[in-house]
Design a protein around this ligand. Sequence first.
Ligand code: F6R
Length: 243
Amino acid sequence: MNIVRAKDYEDLSRKAANIISAQVILKPDCVLGLATGSTPIGTYQQLVERYKKGDLDFAGVTTVNLDEYRGLPRENDQSYYYFMHDNLFSHVNIPEGRSFLPDGTEPDSEKACTDYERIIREVGGVDLQLLGLGHNGHIGFNEPGPVFEADTHCVRLTEQTIKANQRFFASIDDVPKEAYTMGIKTIMHARKILLVVSGEDKAEAVKNSFFGPITPQVQASILQLHKDVTVVADEAALSLINA
Ligand code: F6R
C-alpha cells in the first residue's frame, strides 16, 4: 500500500486528480470506477479544469460508479446519478451511454445487482477504482458486519450512515434506507485502487483500516490485501499514524 501525504484538502484533490489523469493519459480507453461523497468533489473539479484546458480527454473513457440509493429517481438531486452528472459527467466528454451506476430505480434488487455485475464484466473490469472512506471504515456501502459481501448487493444502511447522510436531506425520514453497492470482491477486482480521505474525523478510520487487523468489522481493511492501492490522505486524516 502506498500512502501519499497531502498538506490539505486542496493538495489531496490535486494529487488524486494527477493519478486519475495519468490513468486516462496512459490508457485512453480505460474504465474508471467512481465514488460520490464529499471527499472526491475537489478531485472532480480538478479533472474538469484539466479537461477544459485541453489537458485531458475522456472520449474513450467508461465509468462505473460504486453505488446508488435504492428507490430514488435519477432526477432527485440526492441520487448519485444526479451527483455524478452535476460534479463530473456534464462537464467532460465521456461519451453518452458510457457512464454506469447501479439502477436505483429498479425495484427488483436481485435484477439490479446481477445486471450491474454483468455491466462491469462487459466493460472489461475496472482499471482504476476511486474510493472514499466512511467513519466506520465502510467502502461503497459495505458496512461493518460478520462477512465481506462479494458481489453487488442491496444493503440496509446503518444508523450511523443514515445520520451522516442526513445533512443532504430535508429530514431523516427522507434519507434512503437502502442502497445498491458494489461488493468487496467487485472492488478488489479493480486493477488499481485510489482511496481519498480527508479530515481529523477520519483519522481513526484510517488507523483501523490500514494499520489494524483485516476484519469485516472494518470493511476497508481488506484493501491491505490488494496489490495496487494508493491512499491519498491529508495530514489531519493521517494524524493518528506516522506515515
Ligand atoms: C460514495 C461511497 C461512500 C463514501 C464514504 C465517504 O460513493 O460509496 O463509501 O465514499 O461514505 O464519504 P465522504 O467522502 O462524504 O466522507
